[in-house]
Design a protein around this ligand. Structure first.
Ligand code: SPV
Ligand code: MN
Length: 633
């Protein structure tokens, strides 16, 4: 041990750390000139009492070690494929837990539509739950960049976890940035994440899920997570960081978004960057994958820079939904998932007895094996007589974005990419057009983003199919009220000289018989139309709720892009204005915002105008308007 301690580090802290870390790992920790970090780690170790501390520097040996540990302690199981493992979260821990995810607030404080808890109470609960919680386990400490190295827009995070699976996931999803912490130490502002799996049962699942807690302390830039394994609850830099990021963005004037970032090619080889916010399971990943280039598939940090909106992806990996991925519709990702050279963690799929992985979308039928609910065989039913699905609808894959053919090298651009359009997508069987442009930034932010609704999917616990309000597709990850979040966007415009255009998309319209009106592949046409609109290359028709494509432009795009004939009849059905449904929607969403005290007044003005246009249209045309009757704008 060096005799002289680094500046500012107390003897006592080092004493504690020495009890848990061997010389090598203690030195790794002390190499970061940040006494506050050392005290925190010592404090966590004393409370959680792990067997040892492992400091992950991101070296190939460290990455290997963590992967091996995940297999040794059976958080991950081997498959017949090299570098591919399966992780099970357990029957009661398969999705984000909304109920037990809370923002800690001062006494008497609340945030509209956000789950909160009095801070002191929450912290006391956490202290109790963390006592001895890591006993017998290794405590991993990881250092990550949340964005490209040397980007002025990047954030930073430190994760402590006793789960090798969580550490492994983060090593895939984020840039390990130990050296940045060594260089910049205490000068670096960073988020902290503390996770413990809690006791596991004989199948390896977190046993005390009724004591699952995910508490977000904005004052201290820290998120606690315990008695859970599902990555949406545990991988700090994924959705837990989003709440901290939104809050920091509010103070510093940037946006943290639940958005993909993609490049869409237009005439003459130009590339137009667009972002897209969709609730989980509504076509977000698949849209990102069919775009010409992909910068991000889930998150975006957007800054105003020289008057432009510039977006970076804080991640380098993907934690994507695997359900339904098949070789015909998703050849690229399907290939990656089974390619002998790629590294993948599958979660909550079926691991067959011969070591294969099966999810809905693999062409052959499922065979007996182990899944998210335990041992599985064809025809298995639960105690209520319901079929146990071989692979869970929220089953996922964790892998590197670098495997994608369409990965945009600008994912590493420290200044990000310029955002020229923002898309808001939801799952909506009966109201919204497949694609529509907002009249302007304010109209789009109000009617398309803040008013976003979507039918619920399996990514959160609860009944699927119910239409849910989900502003900016970020409701689950907000640390400010939806009213305040809208205001951030309206204010953000003041820093821009070029405003992105705003669009809505909906891939889930159905006919009276319940059949989808669009094919999965159609989404690329909507992207190309958006690209042309951004540059003013095509005209649009004015509906009461925005601007929609002209039939001839779509027919040409369908032909050029998909080699498909697009009939007038299909257009008529997809783009008829569902006036009565739109009116219901406006009224529904206005009712929600009436209960949100800090909603900017302009929200109600814009919605009133929208309602007026719809009502006038209804008087003139009735409940439906044929798009051929609309005027060009
Ligand atoms: C989502 O649900 O939006 C996801 C996965 O991207 S999770 O990490 O669960 O949030
Ligand atoms: Mn997401």
């Amino acid at each position: 041990m060096p005799t002289a301690l680094p500046r500012g580090v107390s003897e006592r802290v080092v004493e504690v750390l020495r009890r848990y870390a061997d010389r090598e790992h203690l030195e790794r920790l002390l190499a970061i000139p940040d006494p506050r970090l050392h005290s925190w780690v010592a404090d966590v170790a004393e409370t959680a009492d792990p067997e040892r501390i492992y400091v992950n520097t991101g070296s190939p040996e460290d990455l290997e070690f963590i992967k091996r540990r995940a297999l040794e302690n059976r958080e991950e199981l081997p498959t017949k494929y090299k570098n591919k493992t399966v992780h099970f979260d357990g029957l009661y821990d398969l999705a984000r837990d909304r109920e037990n995810t809370r923002i800690l607030v001062p006494p008497g404080h609340s945030i509209a539509m956000v789950n909160t808890l009095e801070r002191e109470r929450g912290l006391a609960e956490i202290r109790e739950l963390f006592k001895g919680v890591m006993r017998g386990n290794t405590m991993y400490i990881g250092f990550y960049c949340f964005g490209p190295r040397d980007s002025p827009f990047s954030l930073y995070g430190v994760q402590i976890t006793d789960s090798a699976y969580v550490a492994h996931s983060e090593n895939i999803l984020y840039r390990v940035c130990y050296s940045v912490f060594v260089e910049r130490g205490g000068r670096l502002k960073y988020m902290r994440f503390l996770h413990a799996t809690g006791e596991r049962n004989e199948l390896g699942w977190s046993k005390n899920v009724e004591k699952r807690r995910i508490y977000i302390d904005l004052d201290d830039h820290i998120v606690y997570s315990v008695n859970t394994q599902y990555a949406g609850n545990t991988v700090g830099l994924k959705k837990l960081s989003l709440r901290l990021c939104v809050n920091q963005g509010k103070k510093e004037g940037f946006l943290c978004e639940h958005m993909f970032i993609v490049g869409v090619k237009g005439p003459g080889g130009r590339v137009t960057y667009v972002t897209g916010a969709y609730p989980a399971g509504c076509g977000k990943t698949s849209t990102a994958l069919v775009a010409d280039t992909l910068v991000s598939d889930d998150l975006a940090i957007i800054h105003a820079y020289n008057g432009e909106a510039r977006a970076i992806n804080p991640e380098v990996g993907s934690f994507g939904i695997i359900d339904g991925i098949n070789p015909v519709d998703d050849p690229e990702i399907y290939r990656i998932l089974l390619d002998p050279e790629t590294e993948v963690i599958f979660s909550n799929v079926l691991l067959t007895e011969d070591g294969d992985v099966w999810w809905r979308g693999r062409p052959e039928p499922p065979r007996s094996g182990l899944n998210y609910a335990g041992p599985w065989r064809p025809g298995l039913r639960d105690d209520k007589g319901r079929e146990v699905l071989p692979s869970h609808p929220n089953a996922r894959f964790t892998t590197y974005l670098k495997y994608l053919k369409n990965l945009d090298p600008r994912i590493e651009d420290p200044l990000g990419v310029p955002v020229e359009a923002m898309i808001f997508g939801g799952r909506d069987s009966d109201t919204n057009f497949p694609v529509e442009e907002a009249f302007d930034w304010v109209h789009g932010n109000v009617t398309k983003a803040a008013a976003l609704e979507s039918e619920r999917t399996a990514a959160v616990l609860g009944q699927v199919g119910v239409k849910e309000f989900n502003p900016y597709a970020i409701l689950d990850f907000l640390s400010v009220s939806p009213g305040e979040f809208l205001r951030l966007h309206l204010d953000f415009a003041g820093r821009l000289t070029r405003l992105p255009k705003i669009y809505s998309v909906n891939y889930f319209l159905r006919d009276k018989e319940g059949r989808f009106l669009n094919e999965k592949t159609d989404k690329v046409v909507w992207l190309k139309w958006i690209e042309l609109r951004v540059h003013g290359d095509v005209e649009a028709l004015e509906s009461p709720t925005g601007l929609i494509p002209v039939y001839e432009d779509l027919a040409k795009l369908f032909r050029d892009v998909l080699g498909k004939e697009y009939t007038e009849q299909a257009y008529r059905e997809q783009f008829k204005v569902r006036v009565a449904k739109q009116i219901e929607r406006v009224n529904r969403v206005v009712e929600v915002y009436k209960k949100i005290p800090d909603t900017p007044p302009v929200f109600f003005d814009v919605m009133r105008e929208q309602l007026r246009r719809l009502e006038e249209a209804r008087l003139r045309y009735g409940d439906y308007i044929d798009p051929f009757q609309l005027d060009k704008k």
